[in-house]
Each structure stands twice: as structure tokens, then as C-alpha cells.
Write a protein that binds this ligand. Structure first.
Ligand code: SF4
Length: 696
């Protein structure tokens, strides 16, 4: 049997896989030659082959019939129905009334093509993607501070050599277990690891120090650290002078954050704050790493910038085995935010309001510059107004499931049901696809070629190991077919993803995320290429910032952000913090992982983690059913007692829909800069669940 090297369909670590396909089944092994995971996979990766032959696979297009039910159709009928819906809406309500929602799970080629489809075939500004719910705060902070947004500006292997690390709001032991090898090596070499998280997670268990901060107090903790650095003369003054700007205003703000007051706000003892600051400052190499904990908040950009301030004060970005980074979540969360799915962005991480960027893309796409739309609304703002006058009335969804993954999900479901036409391309009938008027069955990860860009900024190849089932098309084919059905096929004549990538190279040439020097052949030869890579003879860029920052001054920028309260804080009616996150066995909205028996066996149903003291106050025991209510509504969960959680906080994973949906509860308050919803903190109360009726 031929072994095909590819990469995992799930998270941004993009573990290397060796795939073999025989007798309708695909077996998965870890690729020992891929340096990131060296053969290791987590249980999601090991079991990913089950997705390909799953009996729930969609293998024929579906259209909503006269009786309101989804019924099988031909591709011609389905594409025609979608095209008629698009045309009708645009004729009645304008081009912007057709919207597109993409995904950080799409390959670079698909993300690029989806952005082009929206701007060229639909000529709508109404496109955004689910990375708005994931990476937008980190991206905005990095762009402001460093002039470039590459989640990790160094390879993950550097983690093992850092003498001290502060990890904020990340739980890689569950979300990307093979990454833990680097933290383990770091600890075995005598390194210091502090983990800031309201939960004592599996990652926090491995740390030297667990900083159990109160949800929403992330920026306050960063300023507590900065205060100690300034007070104890631990700031890298030479670095700050030579390589940064804006420190004085940050120093003035930090002066107000005495460790005693920070302890009262965060719950983290002063001694732990001081020890963390000193250990980071004394280390020859150190890192500050953040993830969704501080970022998925209505203050997410300010929170991320507060930790950038800590890293800059320590002189870390650009130093060997050191730096500031953010752990990207979705499979192509990095590449997915570079190539034009974001409403304010054109390929190559160009701004859509930059005249030079518009002129460049107009040449590549062979359109008039003024035919390229301007920016539209962010993902939640688009979803919030679906079906309204002035809002999107026909929506195309590729690779995402907003009926489960959007905040205030019940409201979003109601909005989805108001659309004139909802078109969803997916490989399973997700909760969103079940509401659609047209469902287009799409090929999966191991059935098509393409590239993704990993957590490190390394562009790698996904390779086809099996043919899609008969009746299933790739997203590239679907988009080109839709463009044809709309009479716009001339600019969408791609024989496959390889041709799309060639156009992407030109589209990104000269941009911040420059892929012009990357080819599929080169990726094959070199095992991946790090962007930026502007020319064929450029070696790629594994490490950034060694000799400057891509800002106008060449310096990194401090930002004197002010810690602010969450949009919603506990009160008498809703006395608890609710925070949300992921479990080891599941991924995102669970469309895939809730269908894999081994994963369901590990985590069969929605749970809420409750501290035993809190459980006792409510008369709850392990395994009880309980109702959790917020100002958005209520949902029901099985109680899991968790000693490592703060007694004022409950934790719910967001992998389920229906009554166990965490996002029925979450707050759609948005960060003013990134438009990131506040998934990570809101006010909640525990209630007894209604007893399940017993049949007699
Ligand atoms: Fe896949 Fe991420 Fe698990 Fe690796 S860590 S096997 S990329 S889900």
C-alpha cells in the first residue's frame, strides 16, 4: 500500500500523518519525519480516519422541498437553486444582502478562493469567517505591536529551550497534546513554567506555578507583573531604548497596579506574581505565550497587548529561544486569516482600504479597482442581523457551524431561519446545515490537495490519500461551479487547488504574508516553508524580529491599555463566572468529533465543571443534571466535580448543540477593535434541572 504524507484535519499544530487507504478504509499513523510531532498524535488525530467512511457522510446535494424537508437533488439543481437565491436577493436588496461565512479550517487555497468569490463573483462586502471568534484579538494585538501577525514568530521547538515561560489562558495538554513534549523538555531541563488560568487544567498540573486568576482579570495580572519588573529594576532598559517605543506611558500605568491591589482583583497571591516576574527576568531565554483565555473577551485586544507589554519590557521578541507568541487554535487558523476571508482584508494580509492593495488585487483578479467592495460587518454583527432590512438575506456557509459556535447561539439559530436562502457546504449535516435551503456535500481533508499554515507559520501540504465518495465535490469545485451558475465563471477556471495556489502566490506577492516564493514542490522537498517567503531563492523565515520589526519605525510598540471589567460581572441574580473551553476528545462545535465512537466514549455528553464547595452549596453531586442560566437563556449539563476550579467559577465545554450548548449562554459583547465576542466570561447561576419525566 502507498503511504501518503499529510496533516491532521483538526487543530493548528497540524501534526504530520502517514495515511494508507485500502478497502474503503483509511488508516492513520503519525509521521515520524515531521519535526513538530515526530510521530505523536492525540486521540482526535488517531481516530480521524473514521470521518472518511462515516455513515453520516453527505453524498448527494440536498434542497429544501415543497413540504419543508431537505430532499436529495442533482448538483445542477442544487447549484441552480443557490444561484437563483443569490441573484434574487441581490436584485431585490442589493449586492451586500448576500453574505459569506468562511472558516479557519479551510485550506489556504479554499480561504483565498472564498474571498475572491465574495469580492469578484458576488461583489459583496459581506464576508467574514469564524476566525473572528478565535484569533481576531491576538491578530489585532500583534499587528499593532509588531506590525505583523504570525501567531508564533518562532518554531515550536524553541519552547523546549526557553528557561522560563508564562503561559496565559492555554491548555495544550488537552487541546494539542503533542505540543506538550516541548514543555516537558523545558521542565526536564530545569525550566520554570507559570500557567495563568482560572482552572487547574491538565497543563497547569505540569507547571511550576499555577496562577489561578479570576475570569476577566487577565490585563490586571499583566500589569501586576509589569509593576514588579519596574519596581525591582528588572526591565531590560537597553532593549526598551533600542528596539521599542511607548514604554513611558506603560510604566506610568503600571505604577498604579500594586501587587496587593492586583491580588484583590485577580485572586493571585502577590508572592506568586513577584516570583513569576523575577523568574522571567532572570532567565537567559524566556517566553510569554497567550491563547484564547485572555483573547476571547470584550477586552481581548487590550488583554493581549498587556502581555505583549510584559514581553517587551523583558526584551524577549527577537532574542534567542525567547519571544511573545499566541497559540493558534483551528487547523488553518493562521493561513485562514491571511488570504482574504476577513471582511477588512485582501490576500497577503493586505488591508482592503489600502489603495495599493486594491490596485494589486485588481490586477491579479482582472477587475476594475473600484469593483472590489469595501469592508462589511464582522461575523457576529453579520449573524445578528440576518434576514433584517439592511442585513444579509442570503448566506453561504463554508466549513463552519455558527448554529453551535456563535455566541448567543439560540438567537443566531433564529436569525438563520429568517434567511431567504441559506446555502451550506459541509461533509456532515451540521446543526447549521440542517437549517439550510441548499446543502452541498464537500470533500474532506484526506480527499483533496491543498496547503495549510501551521501554528508556527510553516506552510505544509495536505495530500489526497483517498477519492471522495461519488457525488461529493471539493470546495474548489463547488465555488467554481457556483461562479459558473452565476455567469461569473471566467475568473474561476481552476482545474484544482494547485492552480488556485499559483494565483494565491501572485495575490500575496509583496504583502505582509508573502507566499510568492513558496511552491508545492518546494514544500514537498523541504518539509514545509515558513512565510514570509518573497522569492524562490528566499529560505523562508522561521524566526522573526531578529533585526527589527515591520513597523514604520522598525521598533515594537508598547500600548498603555487600561485593564477594564468584563461586559458582564457576577451580581445577586447571576453570582457566578461562567467560562468556556475545549475538552481533549472533541473539536470546536463537534460536527466531526461527536460522530467518532472512540471520542464519544471518552466524552459522551455536555458537562459543567463545578467546584465541590459550590456543588455542596447547591446540593449537587457528581453526575447530577443541572441547569445553568445566564441573561441569554439556559442550558442543561451533567455535573462534573472539579477541585482545580475556582469556587466562584463554572466551566462548560462548547462542543455540543441543543440543550447542552454552552453558546446558548455566552455573551455576544464585542471587543471594540477585533469584534471578538466575549466567550470566556459572563455571569451565570446554577439551577436545579427539571426532573426527566419517568414513563410508567
Ligand atoms: Fe490533530 Fe491537533 Fe491532535 Fe495533532 S494535536 S493530532 S493536529 S488534533
Amino acid at each position: 500500500m502507498t503511504v501518503i504524507k499529510s496533516h491532521c484535519p483538526y487543530c493548528a499544530l497540524q501534526c504530520g500523518m502517514a495515511l494508507q487507504h485500502e478497502h474503503e478504509a483509511t488508516t492513520v499513523a503519525g509521521d515520524e519525519a515531521f519535526p513538530v510531532n515526530e510521530g505523536a498524535l492525540c486521540i482526535k488525530g488517531w481516530t480521524a480516519g473514521a470521518l472518511l467512511s462515516h455513515p453520516d457522510r453527505l453524498t448527494t446535494p440536498l434542497v429544501r422541498g415543497a413540504r419543508g424537508r431537505l430532499v436529495p437533488s442533482t448538483w445542477e439543481e442544487a447549484l441552480d437553486r443557490a444561484a437563483r437565491g443569490i441573484r434574487g436577493t441581490q436584485e431585490r436588496s442589493g449586492r451586500e444582502a448576500v453574505g459569506v461565512l468562511g472558516s479557519g479550517s479551510l485550506t489556504n487555497e479554499k480561504a483565498y478562493l472564498l474571498g475572491k468569490f465574495a469580492r469578484v463573483a458576488l461583489r459583496t462586502p459581506s464576508i467574514d469567517y469564524n476566525g473572528r471568534f478565535c484569533m481576531s484579538s491576538a491578530a489585532a494585538a500583534a499587528t499593532r505591536a509588531f506590525g505583523i501577525d504570525r501567531g508564533l514568530p518562532f518554531p515550536v521547538a524553541d519552547i523546549a529551550r526557553a528557561e522560563a515561560i508564562l503561559l496565559v489562558g492555554a491548555n495544550p495538554a488537552e487541546t494539542m497534546p503533542p505540543l506538550m513534549r516541548y514543555f516537558q523538555q523545558q521542565r526536564e531541563a530545569g525550566g520554570f513554567l507559570a500557567v495563568a488560568d482560572p482552572r487547574r487544567t491538565a497543563t497547569a498540573e505540569t507547571a511550576t506555578l499555577h496562577l489561578s486568576l479570576s475570569p476577566g482579570s487577565d490585563a490586571a495580572l499583566a500589569y501586576g507583573l509589569l509593576h514588579v519588573l519596574v519596581r525591582d529594576h528588572l526591565v531590560d532598559v537597553d532593549y526598551v531604548r533600542a528596539r521599542t517605543e511607548g514604554f513611558e506611558a506603560v510604566r506610568a500605568e503600571a505604577a498604579a497596579h500594586w501587587p496587593g491591589s492586583v491580588e484583590r482583583v485577580t485572586g493571585v497571591p502577590q508572592a506568586a506574581i513577584a516570583e513569576t516576574a523575577h523568574r522571567l527576568a532572570r532567565a537567559r531565554s524566556a517566553m510569554v505565550l497567550t491563547a484564547r483565555g485572555p483573547e476571547q473577551q470584550s477586552t481581548g485586544v487590550a488583554n493581549a497587548l498587556a502581555y505583549v507589554n510584559v514581553a517587551l519590557a523583558l526584551g524577549l521578541p527577537g532574542r534567542a529561544d525567547s519571544g511573545f507568541g499566541t497559540l493558534t487554535g483551528q487547523g488553518n487558523g493562521q493561513g485562514g486569516r491571511e488570504h482574504g476571508q476577513k471582511t477588512d482584508q485582501l490576500p497577503g494580509y493586505r488591508r482592503i482600504d489600502d489603495p495599493a492593495a486594491r490596485a494589486h488585487l485588481a490586477r491579479v483578479w482582472d477587475v476594475a479597482e473600484d469593483a472590489i467592495p469595501v469592508a462589511g460587518s464582522s461575523a457576529y454583527e453579520m449573524l445578528d442581523r440576518l434576514g433584517e432590512h439592511g442585513g444579509v438575506r442570503t448566506l453561504l456557509v463554508f466549513g463552519t457551524n455558527p448554529a453551535v459556535s456563535a455566541p448567543r447561539a439560540f438567537h443566531v439559530q433564529e436569525r438563520l431561519s429568517r434567511l431567504e436562502t441559506l446555502v451550506v457546504a459541509d461533509f456532515f449535516l451540521s446543526e447549521t446545515a440542517a437549517l439550510a435551503d441548499v446543502v452541498l456535500p464537500a470533500a474532506q481533508w484526506a480527499e483533496e490537495d491543498g496547503t495549510t499554515t501551521t501554528i508556527e507559520g510553516r506552510v505544509v501540504r495536505r495530500r489526497r490519500a483517498a477519492l471522495p465518495p461519488p457525488g461529493v465535490r471539493t470546495d474548489v469545485d463547488i465555488l467554481c461551479g457556483l461562479a459558473d451558475a452565476l455567469g461569473e465563471g471566467r475568473r474561476f477556471r481552476f482545474a484544482g487547488a494547485a492552480e488556485v495556489f499559483e494565483e494565491l502566490r501572485e495575490a500575496t506577492r509583496g504583502g505582509v504574508a508573502d507566499y510568492a516564493g513558496i511552491t508545492w514542490d518546494r514544500i514537498d522537498r523541504e518539509g514545509g516553508v515558513f512565510w514570509p517567503c518573497p522569492s524562490a531563492d528566499h529560505p523562508g523565515t522561521p524566526r522573526l524580529f531578529g533585526d527589527g520589526f515591520p513597523t514604520p519605525s522598525g521598533r515594537a510598540r508598547f500600548h498603555a491599555v487600561r485593564p477594564a471589567a468584563s461586559a458582564e460581572t457576577p451580581d445577586a441574580a447571576f453570582p457566578l463566572h461562567l467560562t468556556t473551553g475545549r475538552l481533549l476528545a472533541h473539536y470546536q462545535s463537534g460536527t466531526q468529533t461527536r460522530r467518532v465512537a472512540d471520542l464519544v466514549g471518552q466524552a459522551p455528553e455536555a458537562i459543567v465543571e463545578v467546584h465541590p464547595l459550590l456543588a455542596r452549596r447547591h446540593g449537587l453531586s457528581e453526575g447530577d443534571r443541572v441547569r445553568l442560566a445566564t441573561r441569554r437563556g439556559w442550558a442543561e449539563f451533567r455535573v462534573r466535580l472539579a477541585l482545580g476550579l475556582r469556587p466562584d467559577t463554572v466551566f462548560v465545554p462548547f462542543h455540543w448543540g441543543g440543550l447542552g450548548s454552552a453558546n446558548r449562554l455566552t455573551n455576544p459583547a464585542l471587543d471594540p477593535v477585533s469584534r471578538m465576542p466575549e466567550f470566556k466570561v459572563c455571569a451565570a447561576r446554577l439551577e436545579r434541572a427539571a426532573p426527566v419525566p419517568v414513563e410508567v
